[in-house]
Write a protein of this length. Structure first.
Length: 280
């Protein structure tokens, strides 16, 4: 079996995955650093030459972010205010060189608990489109990411795109991140939120996710429900932190993470309650 394949069609890529397990390479910004000076493991499927899988697409009921779309593509795309949180995260993922190479789906498939993209995509209700020779299936992002570096992708499948549904009305996203410094840093904790508003500026629907505070990013359904039909208020945060399971590690203690996450949630709700947010 060839150690390195770079197919130029999706059919050839899926055939290669059906024949034998392979390590999938796109931007390489996670894969290469994780192995340092060592050789890459196993057989590589380099998908960087696949055609038609770079441009972010707008459809009547959803947006589609294909597997070769980079963080720079997200920053430069004409996307509505509901993507403001994802766009803010994109600007904080590495430097410009990393943003030009790293793919959004790569961030998802790497499945790091501290992946900045995942909470924002959870808040956007993203689903993952998986293709194989057997056909295509779609998984909610919460069902796709199983834990630290673990996903539901089968060895014969390629994650070909993310699908983001259109909100029912005006919506805005926000992203709050805490790290040891502003940029080029792994998150200690982070919060992403998307709110849809009614004509009076009240929350019609909210989706709030927390990352880097457990083995995987999680939504806060109790807080989301508490926001419906009212203006976002910071004092709603404290009773709804039960889904969080903060960890102790070299960056912070579990106790500190929990307190910091509560503060980031308050800041996110304050941002969603501003007149600019309600008018978005």
């Amino acid at each position: 079996m060839d150690a390195w394949l770079r197919p130029t069609s999706l059919a050839d890529a899926l055939a290669a995955l059906a024949a034998a397990p392979r390590v999938i390479l796109a931007g390489g910004t996670d894969l290469y650093p994780s192995h340092g000076t060592s050789s890459l493991p196993g057989s590589i499927l380099d998908i960087s030459a696949l055609p038609g899988l770079r441009r972010i697409e707008t459809h009547a009921d959803h947006w589609r972010i294909p597997c070769l779309a980079t963080w720079s593509d997200v920053i430069g795309a004409e996307l509505p205010a509901s993507f403001d949180g994802l766009r803010a995260a994109a600007r904080q993922i590495g430097g410009v060189q990393v943003q030009n190479a790293a793919t959004v789906i790569g961030n998802v498939c790497n499945a790091s608990p501290a992946a900045d993209g995942i909470p924002n995509l959870l808040a956007l209700d993203a689903t993952v489109e998986l293709a194989s020779l057997a056909g295509t299936r779609h998984l909610a992002l919460a069902d796709f990411v199983l834990g630290n570096r673990r996903t539901a992708r089968r060895p014969d499948e390629l994650a070909v795109a993310l699908r983001i549904p259109r909100p029912a009305g005006p919506a805005r996203g926000v992203f709050e991140k805490l790290g040891a410094r502003r940029y080029l840093v792994i998150s200690i904790t982070m919060v992403a939120a998307v709110a849809e508003y009614d004509a009076a500026g009240r929350v019609r629907r909210a989706r709030i996710a927390v990352g880097a505070c457990g083995p995987r990013a999680v939504r806060l359904p109790g807080l989301e429900a508490a926001l419906e039909g009212r203006q976002p208020e910071a004092d709603l945060v404290t009773p709804h932190l039960a889904p969080l399971a903060p960890i102790d590690d070299v960056r912070a203690s579990a106790e500190y993470r929990l307190r910091a996450t509560a503060e980031l949630l308050r800041r996110a709700l304050d941002a969603l309650g501003t007149p600019r947010a309600r008018a978005a």
